[in-house]
Design a protein around this ligand. Structure first.
Ligand code: ZN
Length: 60
């Protein structure tokens, strides 16, 4: 098994982890009801995707 020759110092470790941050979740707006939805997915509020109604959503 490959074994590191030298100990990784703190600066090197932190530089490597500079790119590990999680990106924030991005939302897109529904074209029919203007609520926030995840991109490329059916709207939870009205059940449409790209102008077509694909899910019957019960109104409360
Ligand atoms: Zn909608």
């Amino acid at each position: 098994m490959a074994v590191p020759k030298r100990k990784t110092n703190q600066a090197r470790k932190l530089k490597r982890r500079a790119h590990d941050a999680l990106a924030p979740i991005r939302y897109s707006k529904c074209t029919r009801c203007n609520s926030l939805t995840l991109p490329h997915s059916i709207c939870d509020n009205c059940g449409t995707y790209r102008g077509r109604t694909l899910l019957a959503v019960e109104d409360f």
